[in-house]
Structure formats: structure tokens, C-alpha cells
Design a protein around this ligand. Structure first.
Ligand SMILES: [Zn+2]
Length: 350
């Protein structure tokens, strides 16, 4: 959802954006690459960090873009023009989502280098790339139906979307190097701290070094991070995990330059964390009030929580978010969950 307090953030590069296939230098040794996405969220930011590994000078790439011809062509242009004649030495992926993971296999093959990622997200990417688990298909449709999404047309589309992840991540590198919370990566002689975050992906890794936070999808300036319950973990409490994860970012300095995966680089990390907390507190209050008035299922709350017309892609995200807000209150003991004779879960204030 759009950030009503965006003006509290500072964009040090103003309105500047790198064109497709071009880069913008944003700090010494850090280049911003921006690739297009075929969604309502129409772009992703990717980062090139000057590096040196085992005496070889080159670049560390952070996040990859989805696997399609346009993105590969844009990367070829970046490679030809903007690597200063040096190779990519490693590929870091913040989390398994297709816009971040998609071309990891292609980059690693092309440069004969290693993928670095959390073990949880690596293994989920491999599973998801090779099957339909959790990303659509019958199980996802049944899950959404159990939370009140009963529109047959939407359910049919979700059922049909059985190769959603593999279409954007057709292959995953056969081996990886594990990133974990608290690890330090040395990039061009500088220490970068790995910070795990939860609730958006199973084990998202952000990187903090040289006064810069590569925040992936955990902190975005303009939209709130998607926090969804999905069918493979139907009783999950991702909103609680996400809000707790924001706490691990609050010790970082106020003047941290945040490099988000979507939107523009910004300063104002602490303000943004406050805004995100406030945003979810308001949504939770709306859910509390609705469930005090009558038993509600997740689909009942879509209009209340999102206040706009949603396409199918957005509806699946929105359903996941609606369930996440219900679960945060249910698992904290504020709501009671009951499954009706129609098979739908409804939540009522205790
Ligand atoms: Zn993501």
C-alpha cells in the first residue's frame, strides 16, 4: 500500500533513475541497476559492488531479475558497458522470490561463479523451481477458498497458475554458499554484515556495510513489504515475524543509505520503520473492529484493508496479507478461529 508519509524520507539522488541496461553510481564502488518487471510493481533494483576475491578484481552482484529475454538483454548491455572490463565474482541473492532469484543460474553459469544465499531460501527456490508447490495450483486455490475467496473465475485462474515460479526461475544453481544472520562478508576489503529478516520470505538476508543497507524487500520506501500466509504453511504468523525483524534494523545509524529492491535509494530508515509499524497497527485495529462486529473471513477484509480494485496477482497477495493480519491477532489470543460448515475459516473477537 502506498506510503502516506513518504515526504518524511530523503532521496539523495532526487528523481534520477538508471535507464534499462545502464547504471547509476550511487556511492564509491556501488552501482545501481534497474530492470523491468511484468507486474503492477514494474521494476526491481539490483546492485553491483566492486569487489576483490582471492586477488581477483571484479564485482559482486546483488539480486538478479526474472528470467526473460528482455532482462538477459539488459544485463548483456550492463556487462558490455559498465563492469570496467572486470568479471562478476559472485552472486548474492537476498531471498528466493522470482524477481530476485530468476537469473541466478544464468549469471552463475555465465561467470562461473557461486551463488550466496540463505539455506532456507536456496532450498525453497529449488523445490519451487522444480514443482508447483506453494506458488499456485490446486493447493493454493483450496487454501484461498478456505479463507473465503469463493469467486470461481479467480480460483480457476489460481489453479491454472501451476508453473508460475518455474516460468520466471527455470533453473537454480546446483550448489550455493550459505549466508546466515550475523555473518560478515568482506566486499572490496569492507565488512558487510548479514541481517536475517523473516515474514516476507523464509530467511531474507539484508546486507549492511559502509553506511549502506541493501534492504532487499524488507524495507521499501513507497510500498509496504508483502507479508503473506501461503498454503504450504497455513498456520504461519508472518506479520509477527516481520515486525520483530524490523527491530533488528533499528540499531543501524539514522543516516544509513537504504538501497531497496523497489523504489529509490533513501535516507530515513528509522522514520520508515516507524511508518511501517504504524501502517500495520492501523490495519490490525481495522481487523479487530471488523471481527468485533461479526465473524470475518480473510476475503471479507480485502476491501477494508486495500480500499482499491485488485487484479488477480494483487488479489493473491492481498489474500495472503489479510490472512497474515488475522493470524497475528488469532495467534496472540485476541481472535478465535472457527471453520464453518462451508469449510471457511472465520475469526471472532475473544
Ligand atoms: Zn520479495
Amino acid at each position: 500500500m502506498a506510503n502516506p508519509r513518504e515526504s518524511e524520507l530523503h532521496y539523495p539522488l532526487g528523481e534520477a533513475l538508471p535507464a534499462v541496461g545502464e547504471v547509476l553510481d550511487i556511492a564509491p564502488g556501488i552501482r545501481w541497476v534497474r530492470m523491468q518487471l511484468p507486474f503492477a510493481l514494474d521494476h526491481i533494483n539490483l546492485w553491483l559492488l566492486r569487489d576483490e576475491i582471492d586477488g581477483v578484481r571484479g564485482w559482486t552482484l546483488v539480486d538478479c531479475g526474472i528470467a526473460n529475454d528482455a532482462t538477459r538483454a539488459a544485463w548483456e548491455q550492463v556487462y558490455a558497458k559498465h563492469l570496467d572490463g572486470l568479471p562478476v565474482l559472485r552472486v548474492v541473492v537476498t531471498h528466493f522470490h522470482p524477481d530476485h532469484m530468476g537469473l541466478a543460474y544464468w549469471h552463475c553459469e555465465r561467470w562461473n561463479c557461486r551463488l550466496w544465499i540463505s539455506a532456507t531460501d536456496y532450498h525453497l527456490a529449488r523445490v519451487a523451481s522444480g514443482s508447483t508447490v506453494g506458488m499456485g495450483g490446486d493447493a493454493a486455490a483450496a487454501f484461498f477458498a478456505s479463507h473465503g475467496l469463493l469467486d470461481e473465475e479467480s480460483l480457476a485462474k489460481i489453479r491454472a497458475r501451476s508453473s508460475y515460479y518455474p516460468s520466471m526461475v527455470p533453473a537454480v544453481p546446483p550448489a550455493f554458499r550459505r549466508l546466515q544472520h550475523g555473518m560478515t562478508l568482506t566486499i572490496a576489503g569492507q565488512p558487510w554484515q548479514c541481517i536475517a529478516g523473516f515474514g516476507h520470505a523464509p530467511e531474507h538476508i539484508s546486507l549492511f556495510g559502509a553506511g549502506v543497507l541493501i534492504s532487499g524487500d524488507m524495507v521499501l520506501p513507497r510500498i509496504s513489504t508483502n507479508v503473506s500466509v501461503v498454503d504450504v504453511e497455513p498456520e504461519a504468523d508472518p506479520l509477527r515475524l516481520y515486525l520483530d525483524s524490523l527491530e533488528t534494523l533499528t540499531p543501524l545509524p539514522e543516516d544509513t543509505l537504504v538501497l531497496p529492491a523497489h523504489g529509490k535509494p533513501f535516507q530515513g530508515l528509522h522514520a520508515r520503520i516507524d511508518q511501517l509499524r504504524e501502517h500495520h497497527d492501523e490495519r490490525l485495529d481495522e481487523v479487530r473492529a471488523a471481527c468485533a462486529a461479526r465473524p470475518c473471513h480473510a476475503a471479507d477484509l480485502l476491501e477494508l484493508l486495500f480500499k482499491r480494485k485488485l487484479d488477480l496477482h494483487q488479489t493473491t497477495f492481498a489474500m495472503g496479507e489479510s490472512i497474515a493480519h488475522l493470524h497475528a491477532l488469532w495467534l496472540a489470543g485476541e481472535l478465535r478461529r472457527e471453520r464453518g460448515e462451508d469449510g471457511v475459516y472465520r475469526f471472532t473477537k475473544v
